[in-house]
Structure formats: structure tokens, C-alpha cells
Write a protein that binds this ligand. Structure first.
Ligand code: HEC
Length: 127
């Protein structure tokens, strides 16, 4: 019984150490965005319907071409053609693209700060 408890504790420790099952790319993206969660981000992308305009690898049904494909968006130099591609700028764009560029066709969708952070962390796994 005691051995079982020790094994369980060791397993918990290992799981915590490896970031709860995140891949290296996901861990890096989580760190870059100050604690964004890529898995939650992917779910949020589905919820907000980003895929009705964008092709986004790994997101179910996200195959539209109204806006630019977000394939390898992590490697892009600019966000929306106006902001340098940094995590803070990516979050800013996702939250309120119209405030960044009043002429952009991307609508402001009312994405919350946490959701934008999670979404940005998912996008930063797309290298
Ligand atoms: C109604 C269509 C539409 C929806 C919905 C939409 N976008 Fe966009 N998005 C666009 C368009 C159009 C652009 C190009 C904007 C520009 O360059 O001014 C864009 C640009 C972007 C960019 C910058 C890409 C680059 O290469 O510069 C990102 C990142 C992005 N969108 C993420 C999202 C996310 C995340 C969502 C969901 C929360 C979303 N978009 C929802 C139309 C949309």
C-alpha cells in the first residue's frame, strides 16, 4: 500500500515536470505567451469560429480562405501586416484587430484576454 502511494507520488511528480503532457513546442509556446494554454487555445479557436475565415492546421473545419491561412504563422514577421510578430502584439491583434488597423476586414470578436493568450499560444505552435 505504501509502495503504491510512493509510486503514485513519483508519477505525479513526473507528470508535473513534463508540463502535464505538453510537447516541447507547446511548452515553448506557453512560456512565450506568459502562460497561454495551447490545447485550450485550439478549443477557443473553434468556439470563436476563426476557421470560418482562416485555414488553421490542427483545427477541425478550419479550411476557409477569406483571410490569410495561419499555417506557420509563428514564423511570420508581421501580424496583420502592421505589427511586428511578438506574443503581446499577437494577443493585441486577436483581441481587437480593428483598434490596430481600422480598415482591416478581420472583425473584433470580443475575445477575452485569457482566451487571446491561449489562442496565441496555439498559433505559436504553428512554426
Ligand atoms: C470574418 C473573417 C475573419 C474572422 C472570423 C477571423 N479573422 Fe483573422 N483575419 C481576417 C483577415 C481578412 C485578416 C487579414 C487582415 C489584415 O491583414 O488586415 C486576418 C488576419 C489574422 C491574423 C494575422 C495573420 C497574418 O499573417 O498577418 C491572425 C493571427 C488572425 N487573423 C487570427 C484570427 C483568430 C485567432 C480569429 C478568431 C478569434 C480570427 N482571426 C477570426 C479575417 C478573419
Amino acid at each position: 500500500m505504501r509502495l503504491l502511494a510512493i509510486c503514485a507520488a513519483a508519477l505525479l511528480f513526473i507528470c508535473a515536470a513534463c508540463g502535464g503532457g505538453m510537447s516541447t513546442a507547446e511548452q515553448a509556446a506557453a512560456e512565450m505567451t506568459g502562460g497561454g494554454n495551447p490545447a485550450r487555445g485550439r478549443a477557443a479557436i473553434e468556439r470563436y469560429g476563426c476557421g470560418t475565415c482562416h485555414t488553421i492546421p490542427g483545427v477541425r473545419g478550419a479550411d476557409a480562405l477569406v483571410g490569410p491561412p495561419l499555417t506557420q504563422v509563428a514564423s511570420r514577421s508581421y501580424v496583420g501586416g502592421v505589427l511586428t510578430n511578438s506574443p503581446e502584439n499577437m494577443i493585441r491583434w486577436i483581441r481587437d484587430p480593428r483598434a490596430v488597423d481600422s480598415l482591416t476586414a478581420m472583425p473584433t470578436l470580443g475575445v477575452t484576454d485569457q482566451d487571446a493568450r491561449d489562442i496565441a499560444s496555439y498559433l505559436y505552435t504553428l512554426k
